[in-house]
Design a protein around this ligand. Structure first.
Ligand SMILES: O=C(O)C1=C[C@@H](OP(=O)(O)O)[C@@H](O)[C@H](O)C1
Ligand SMILES: C=C(OP(=O)(O)O)C(=O)O
Length: 428
């Protein structure tokens, strides 16, 4: 190749490629990894900024498919958003409904948060997503909004859903089930400061999965001046004091960090990720991963669900069986993650994982790197499946991942970050 010819950037290679093959790392991975901003914080901050008085600025925001869907939808409501190094958000006096359906891909946060916020527009809004999103339940949120007087329908119990915005939200006492997703509760929490009266949210279950995301919601709401109190595990009180614009710095994404904590463990390396303490639920995975290869024989994934795929792949190389419980909601994520994890692990080596109801048991084999079969993993276009199974390739020769561009949902620079650490990838 002539010296002047430059290779296309790796992001473009990954997007166009049908597969990526990961070559085992000969050495321990060391160095600094620049992580993207938190998806959960970015999409909350975008929505709340769009509901605030004044112009807000968000620094360190995640730029990915999920946040782009949120930005595009907010613009359709009349919100002005400029995308420089920082995001600058200026809401209109009143959100407007353009009439055109809003396509939100497979972005759960955008779908659930906007289904609730669309009530604040002045007309009909149809929210739709891709074929995966059309299988992800939204019924409990729809029922809670209907009980609050909102005209909203999702005939299949999943998107598409149609909201007839009245420009107002009554607030008051609301009951919501968070059994299938904590995002339903976050969605109601975030519109409550704009209600006509104070809101008390009653969560139907005494304990829900992913409840740490409610604390993330509270923190972002407070940064925009909301008055909100988590009275107990099932009760949240929110004053109708509105939001005021602010400047918010988004912290690094803890779910993105899990892949690099696992990569450290698998290669015996040490990485500086610039993420220490955080409210984000997936930071809990770090302490567990540090114990590798002696992982606990039981991991309850209920409160760190997005870390489970990376933990499951890491477990395949551990010294024993790891029994994952509390993970039934993984069936309603970007794909049926329990099914796809089970399928992918057994493709790496038959018998590596067992699925018993909604529990996954990974039968760790410390020698796996040496005796694994060449395998092609179909992540079913799920970013976390792609990023997690790629980790197996750090130890096993011949691991390839189909449609690697699916990482764009939350981590477009994932492959580049691995290459920056010296991992050799072949895109085809
Ligand atoms: O509120 C959030 O930002 C999220 C909550 C979790 O989903 P569920 O509440 O649907 O379990 C998590 O899996 C998702 O990636 C982000
Ligand atoms: C479940 C996820 O995303 P969401 O629900 O926001 O689509 C995820 O990122 O793993």
């Amino acid at each position: 190749m002539p010296e002047t010819m430059t290779l296309p950037p790796i992001g473009a290679l990954a997007e166009q490629a049908q597969r990526v093959t990961i070559h085992p790392s000969e050495r321990a991975l060391r160095g600094h990894v620049r992580l993207p901003g938190s998806k959960s914080i970015t999409n909350r901050a975008l929505l709340i900024a769009a509901l605030s008085r004044g112009t807000s600025r968000i620094c360190g925001a995640l730029r990915s498919d999920d946040t782009q869907h949120m930005i595009t939808a907010l613009r359709a409501f009349g919100v002005s958003i400029s995308e420089g190094d920082d995001l600058k958000i200026s809401p209109p006096a009143q959100w407007t409904a353009s009439g055109a359906p809003l396509f939100l891909g497979n972005a759960g946060t955008a779908m659930r948060f906007l289904a609730a916020a669309a009530v604040l527009t002045n007309g009909p809004v149809k929210l739709d997503g891709d074929r995966h999103m059309r299988k992800r339940p939204i019924g409990p949120l729809v029922s809670a909004l209907q009980a609050a007087g909102v005209a909203i329908e999702a005939p299949t119990g999943c998107p598409p859903c149609t909201v007839i915005g009245s420009g107002r939200f009554a607030g008051g006492g609301l009951r919501i089930s968070g059994a299938l997703s904590s995002q339903y509760i976050s969605a109601l929490m975030m519109i409550a400061p704009l209600a006509e009266r104070p809101t008390t949210l009653h969560i139907a279950e005494p304990r829900i999965d992913a409840s740490g995301y409610l604390d993330v919601t509270i923190s972002v709401m407070r940064a925009f001046g909301a008055k909100i109190t988590r009275r107990d595990a099932q009760t949240i009180g929110i004053t109708n004091s509105g939001y005021r614009a602010t400047r918010l710095k988004v912290e690094a994404d803890a779910s993105a960090a899990t892949y690099f904590w696992a990569a450290e463990a698998l290669t015996g390396g040490q990485l500086d990720l610039g993420i220490a303490q955080s409210e984000q639920p997936d930071v809990m995975a770090r302490a567990i991963m540090r114990r590798f290869p002696e992982l606990p024989d039981h991991i309850n994934g209920a409160q760190m669900q997005d870390a489970v795929p990376a933990l499951a792949v890491l477990s395949a190389f551990s010294n024993g069986d790891v029994h994952f419980t509390g993970i039934s909601n993984l069936r309603h994520k970007e794909c049926d993650r329990l099914q796809v994890l089970h399928e992918g692990l057994n493709r790496m080596q038959p018998g590596l994982a067992t699925l018993t109801g909604n529990d996954l048991i990974v039968h760790g084999r410390p020698t796996l790197g040496r005796d694994a079969l060449d395998c092609e993993i179909d992540p079913h276009l799920d970013h976390r499946m792609a990023m997690s199974f790629a980790l197996a390739g750090l130890r096993c020769p011949g691991v390839s991942i189909l449609a690697p561009g699916c990482v764009n949902k939350t981590f477009p620079s994932y492959w580049k970050r691995l290459e920056d650490l010296g991992v050799i990838l072949s895109f085809a």
